[in-house]
Design a protein around this ligand. Structure first.
Ligand SMILES: Cc1ncc(COP(=O)(O)O)c(C=O)c1O
Length: 378
């Protein structure tokens, strides 16, 4: 009995067929149009007065993420996307001094790769530790973290392979040498349980379009309170002021906690829409989602391995996130054919066919996609 299937009705997008794309864009929760309509109605009825309620709704949305990450109140801020939020974190560092190393990996999502490299113009010495089989080489990563390291910025689940980083030793090593750790949790949040206290991680960045089912326009930043207090972003805005509506001249008095990372006028519509997805994930429970995901990932891997496909990333379920990435001759063509037959999935060059089952996926859909691929390969 798969209790999570009760959530299927909450996603109208599933009417288009088996939906295996939560790793790229999750389906729309049925509450999203109402959330957007409520936002519009409040704007229409209240005009500028609506801001009071909107700010409360934005705080409530961030609080849902704090709940998902077992994080303290005020430690999560919402922003537009990872590019801006991670850029703000990077803007806190002085890369010209003794501690000028930024240690990362060659498995980062391009936006992070571009951002990290861009710090070189400010003096950062960026080391992208080479991966092995599209999996972070943890030993090499640990070796690369030294006393000149300011920041270790690494993806929690790799988008190309779904390989899951064992973050605890990375955090331990970074803290031993006085460095901070920022995890990109875009591909893990909502499908892999994250407890920021247990991990001891300093910063998380991610967004809502994937496993969190919140749609585009909302990124998030978690900052460990003790760390947030020491960080002063150069990329700031008036909403990051402790009292934005006092309209004080510079220098900015930064808001407490993660609030200092809010830049300008927030995207209210996107944030209230995102809450609809977060609520479903919170209600279903990430532990239950993870248990189901492991079962279906195992089922898919087994099916594809029996076909002789190359599995990207580890086969150990403890070391994988929620998607399955498999490669074989003609994978791009087969992906296009699957899409034509109503399966929502994607292909990434150098990786292969990506399939992301989520809480609404049936075992039959998993078996059907494996069988369909086998037929298309013949
Ligand atoms: C691991 C990871 N990080 C970041 C992003 C996207 O960053 P942004 O929010 O800037 O679009 C993605 C995918 O879109 C991703 O898979």
């Amino acid at each position: 009995m798969d209790e999570l299937l009760a959530y299927r009705d909450r996603f109208p997008t599933l009417a288009r067929g088996p939906y295996f794309a939560a790793h790229t864009l999750g389906p729309m929760p049925e509450g999203a149009p109402d959330a957007l309509a409520r936002f519009a109605a409040e704007w229409a009825a209240e005009g500028v007065v609506a801001w009071t309620g909107w700010l409360e709704q934005i705080r409530a949305t961030a609080a849902l993420l704090e709940g998902l990450f077992a994080a303290p109140a005020g430690s999560v801020a919402l922003g537009p996307n990872v590019s801006v939020l991670a850029g703000q974190v990077l803007s806190c560092f002085d890369w010209s001094g003794e501690r000028s190393r930024l240690v990362t990996t060659d498995l980062e999502f391009p936006t992070c790769d571009y951002l990290y490299r861009a710090q070189e113009t400010l003096g950062a010495k960026v080391e992208a530790v080479p991966s092995r089989d599209l999996t972070v080489d943890t030993e090499r990563l640990l070796e690369a973290i030294d006393h000149q390291t300011a920041l270790v910025a690494v993806t929690h689940v790799a988008f190309r392979s779904s390989a899951l980083l064992d973050a605890a030793p990375v955090v331990a090593r970074a803290h031993e040498v006085g460095a901070l750790v920022m995890l990109d949790t875009y591909q893990s949040a909502g499908t892999v349980p994250i407890d920021v206290g247990a991990l001891g991680v300093d910063l998380l960045v991610g967004g809502s379009v994937k496993w969190l089912l919140g749609g585009p326009g909302t990124g998030y930043l978690y900052a460990r309170p003790e760390v947030a207090a020491t960080l002063a972003p150069r990329l700031v805005g008036w909403f990051g002021h402790q009292a934005p509506f006092a309209f004080e001249p510079s220098p900015i008095t930064l808001a407490a906690g993660a609030g200092r990372f809010v830049t300008g006028t927030p995207n209210v519509a996107a944030h209230v829409m995102a809450a609809e997805g977060y609520r479903i994930v919170a209600e279903a429970g990430v532990d239950a989602i993870r248990a189901k995901s492991r079962r279906q990932v195992a089922r898919l891997l087994e099916g594809f391995q029996a076909q002789g496909a190359v599995v990207r990333g580890p086969t150990d379920l403890d070391r994988r996130g929620g998607s399955v990435v498999v490669d074989f001759d003609g994978a791009e063509r087969v992906t296009a054919a699957l899409i034509a037959r109503g399966y929502t999935c994607d292909y990434r060059p150098g990786a292969g066919l990506r399939l992301g089952p989520h809480l609404y996926t049936t075992d039959d859909e998993c078996d059907a996609v494996v069988a369909e691929v086998a037929a298309l390969r013949r």
